[in-house]
Design a protein. Structure first.
Ligand code: ZN
Length: 133
C-alpha cells in the first residue's frame, strides 16, 4: 500500500456539492466522469498529493443511493495506491480480508480497483487502486 490516492465522499447531488468543495479546497473540480458499471457520476478535486472524489448515484438502486439512504451523505471510502493490484489482493486475502470483487475492475480516473468488505476493516470501505497503463 502506498499513499492515500483519494477519499470518496457520497453526495446526493454533484451540482450542489461541487461548488461547496471548490470553496472548501479553493480549487476547481478538474474532472467529472461517469462510471456506468457502478452507476455513479464522479467529480475530482486535488488537495495536495491526495484527491477528493465526489460520488453521485445515477440510479436509485445503485450502491451510492443505497449508502446515502442508510447512512446519509458523507465519507464513503478511502482509496490507497498500490503498485500491483493483483499481488496486493492476494496478500490481503491471505490476511483474512474479504474482497468485494475477485478480479480488478475498471474504476473512475483510469484506474483498476478492488474494494475490501468494511466488515473486516472496522467499518471503513477500502479501495485499492492502480493506475491503468
Ligand atoms: Zn474511489
Amino acid at each position: 500500500m502506498q499513499k492515500v490516492e483519494h477519499i470518496g465522499i457520497a453526495v446526493k447531488s454533484l451540482s450542489v456539492a461541487i461548488p461547496i468543495f471548490e470553496k472548501l479546497l479553493h480549487a476547481s473540480c478538474y474532472k467529472t466522469e461517469g462510471v456506468d458499471s457502478e452507476k455513479v457520476n464522479t467529480a475530482f478535486f486535488r488537495s495536495g498529493e491526495t484527491k477528493i472524489e465526489l460520488l453521485e448515484s445515477t440510479d436509485p438502486e445503485g450502491v451510492i443511493a443505497k449508502f446515502i439512504e442508510k447512512k446519509g451523505e458523507g465519507l464513503h471510502h478511502i482509496a490507497f495506491d498500490v503498485k500491483d493490484i493483483s499481488v496486493e489482493m492476494e496478500r490481503l486475502k491471505k490476511e483474512g480480508f474479504v474482497l468485494l470483487n475477485e478480479i480488478p475492475k475498471q474504476g473512475a480516473d483510469n484506474k483498476l480497483v478492488c474494494f475490501l468488505h468494511p466488515k473486516h476493516t472496522n467499518g471503513v470501505l477500502i479501495e485499492l487502486c492502480m493506475e491503468r497503463k
